[in-house]
Design a protein around this ligand. Structure first.
Ligand SMILES: N[C@@H](CCC[C@H](N)C(=O)O)C(=O)O
Length: 280
């Protein structure tokens, strides 16, 4: 059976999107996803995203496999791509510019903006150690500027769950961080029982930061939407950032706002269709 797919990216964080609306289980296994994501022997992507029927009164459900076949709860760049993909699939039948999407990390709401960007209500960040999850602190305490030994060095880390888990550390110069060496050591550190996404942040101004990321299950990527949101939260909690800032990633900028009114995170950025194809 041939399966149609569309390749999208959000700032170079790239995904294979599959119309899975006629079934509540992904039509591709995690093992097949690993093969499709391979950049030499497959299509090449950071993950495979499925558009499934909505659950609990939502419009649709998003599920995603990382390029290593693991299943994360959420993906920020991916949900912008999913919003654009759904609008394409619905075509003239589209009734709204906004979708309520069920994910394993909670309900997220991407909205297609008139300028082609996608703005997403990413929900309220969770900050307790037990919610990350991490054993750095007792389960009912936050993890803000806590020392963590990784690769023979002590890093001050702040942990934030944006549906998926993030560990943020602030550095002088992101360009000097040997991501491919220390990224895996953060990801597999025993204090993170479900592994971790790790963001290194250089604060240029309170409203402009540079970020590099090592993603759980995908390694170095050009952008991470949930990571950008988690990093802004960490920047506010440690008095380094304004509540609204541009996060500059290797693939380009995301605008992130942590609303004082409803305490929710809002992420605005692009979602680009690249090509369509068929998997035999
Ligand atoms: N790139 C994504 C995050 C994808 C999931 C992540 N690798 C995880 O395992 O949590 C984003 O844009 O948020």
């Amino acid at each position: 059976m041939a399966i149609e797919f569309t390749k999208y990216h959000g700032l170079g964080n790239d995904f294979i999107l599959i119309d899975n609306r006629s079934s509540s289980e992904p039509v591709i296994t995690p093992e097949q996803a690993v093969k499709l994501c391979d950049r030499h022997f497959g299509i090449g992507a950071d993950g495979v995203i499925f558009a499934l029927p909505g659950e609990n009164g939502t419009d649709y459900t998003m599920r995603i496999f990382n390029s290593d076949g693991s299943e994360p709860e959420m993906c920020g760049n991916g949900i912008r791509c999913l919003g654009a993909f759904l609008a394409d699939l619905e075509g003239d039948a589209k009734k709204s510019d906004q979708y309520r999407i069920h994910t394993l990390g909670g309900v997220m709401t991407p909205q297609l903006m008139p300028d082609g960007q996608v703005k997403v209500d990413m929900g309220i960040p969770r900050l307790l150690a037990g919610e990350i999850p991490t054993t750095i602190n007792p389960a009912n305490e936050k993890v803000i500027n806590q020392p963590l030994e990784v690769a023979g060095k002590t890093w001050d880390v702040t942990c934030v769950n944006m549906g998926n888990p993030h560990c943020i550390t602030f550095v002088e110069d992101v360009a000097t961080i040997p991501l491919e060496v220390i990224g895996p050591q953060f990801e597999h550190h025993p204090v993170f029982p479900q592994r971790i996404n790790t963001e290194f942040i250089q604060v240029v101004r309170p409203d402009y930061v540079k970020m590099r990321v090592w993603e759980r299950g995908a390694g170095i990527t050009l952008a991470c939407g949930t990571g950008a949101c988690a990093s802004l939260v960490a920047g506010v909690l440690t008095q380094r950032c304004d509540r609204k800032a541009t996060v500059e990633l290797p693939g380009g900028p995301l605008l992130i706002e942590w609303s004082q009114i409803d305490q929710r995170l809002y992420m605005t950025g692009p979602a680009e269709r690249v090509f369509t194809g068929k998997i035999d």
